[in-house]
Design a protein around this ligand. Sequence first.
Ligand code: FAD
Length: 530
Amino acid sequence: MPTAKPIVIMGAGPAGLTAAWQLIQAGRRDVVVWESDPSYVGGISRTVQAEGFRFDIGGHRFFSKSEEVNEVWRQIMPDDFVDCPRLSRIFYKGKFFNYPLEAMNAFLNLGLVETVNILWSYFMARLKPIRPELSFSAWVTNRFGKRLFEIFFKSYTEKVWGISCDEISADWAAQRIKGLSLREAVIAAFKGTKAAPTAKTLIRNFFYPRLGPGQMWETAANKILEKGGGIFLDRKVQTIHWDETGVTHITGINSAGEFFQQEGSHFLSSIPLQELMLSLDPPPPKEVLAAARALRYRDFLTVCLIVNREKVFPDTWIYIHDPSVKVGRVQNYKNWSAAMVPDPGMTSLGMEYFCFEGDNIWTATDFDLAQLAIREAAQIGLIAPSEVKDAFVVRMPKAYPIYDQHYQDHLKVIKDWVCLFANLQPVGRNGMHHYNNQDHSMMTAMLAVRNIQGAHYDCWKVNTDAEYHEDSSKTEGSLKTFKVAFRSKTDSSPQEEEVKALTENDARSLVQAKFGLATHLIVSVTEIKG
Ligand SMILES: Cc1cc2nc3c(=O)[nH]c(=O)nc-3n(C[C@H](O)[C@H](O)[C@H](O)COP(=O)(O)OP(=O)(O)OC[C@H]3O[C@@H](n4cnc5c(N)ncnc54)[C@H](O)[C@@H]3O)c2cc1C
């Protein structure tokens, strides 16, 4: 049922557009999306176009364990996918290692002495694991041994994150390399391509939209617009206004400096969580602002080189572990889909650099970056500089939310406060400071939409595999009784309601939903013991 005020979505990436898509599918037309980018939808999953060449911000595999997510992809774009066989190798000390690991190839590249070193350090790590296992280096060393950590994880991971592996939280390793151990990698190596790997990082085939990931999100946006939804590009959210009833409206500007205002009944935010917190007016309490300011991001830029050669290398992408060059990964877009290049005689390579906004790489001129990329591509032995016909630079700020040792503490402070809003839900990658793939962003958006329709999901419980995970201990039997004191909108004298819930926050949400209360009308929540 349309309401007087629309549902407002901040950001037109996979999360924002999935939310809009779901609402439109459910028959709502009162959906307004604000996107700061003047030209592209799709967020980090966009496809950039230059002179007929198309390229991703990192290659985007379409793979999800969630059937609901796969179904949304199929609904938006029923066909026009290619089945992409993955070939990705690691370049280290002048040699190419197959990835996933292949025993003979690794042995031939490393030699007998290094192989013995690796096995020895693996057995030592099994005998004497590092405890407590807090950092990325400890997590990986305990499972692969110190030597393998140094060769295959340390230099690349430090390129990606720009901080020492000792500072990176073990959470990130557990999330990204989950299910993979030396034992599984070796078994997969011996079974060859027939093995069905359990670790996501070893998946060998995936779907890819014929014209890149942006095709999915451009199609979604067009269909949303056709059905009456509103998507406004070049509209940057600057301030999120709220009062005791919850969020009331947002204001923002476009690149010409024009000012806009949008009222709404519900607000979904996929803009970076830090930005969301710092845009609230009135501002949140000091400790929440401090936690938001402490969240960190890693930025990313691609130098796309147009090479006058039909075939440069067979891989979809190559990881560059070699510390002698700054480039972290090289994409070969036509190996994802032939339609990514306008001329089959040409190749477009994405030289990917991980950086921090404001550092030497980020602030270098496009000309200098093109020179660096050409030099490094030649140094690795991929091309000759004379083969490069053109180069384009694309900068993507906040490409990665950083999982440092303290991010969870900061996140908890923010979560505990932001959940007080009954009509504001953060969703998505930077929206929830979750290092994810598209499927996680989409699932959080899908659950947030269901919450608008009356459900009570905690979107923070969607895991990296896009599954909604209730803690198994949280069964009926573990429900607690809470007394929730609140004020109504019209009457300032407090009332009380007893509810059964798993947590204080759930109790608060239940009462808010039951009485249609805004966040700040809740006075207190106390557990009744016994
Ligand atoms: C290098 C790289 C490779 C990746 N590879 C894969 C892959 O293989 N498979 C996969 O599934 N995923 C991959 N991902 C992850 C994928 O890109 C993200 O999960 C996905 O794009 C997140 O969607 P989102 O909508 O949550 O956020 P985003 O994509 O970040 O979208 C957020 C949107 O909000 C907009 N916005 C920000 N601030 C404002 C503001 N103030 N006002 C209005 N709008 C604003 C942004 O412009 C953006 O469009 C990769 C990511 C990277 C960096």
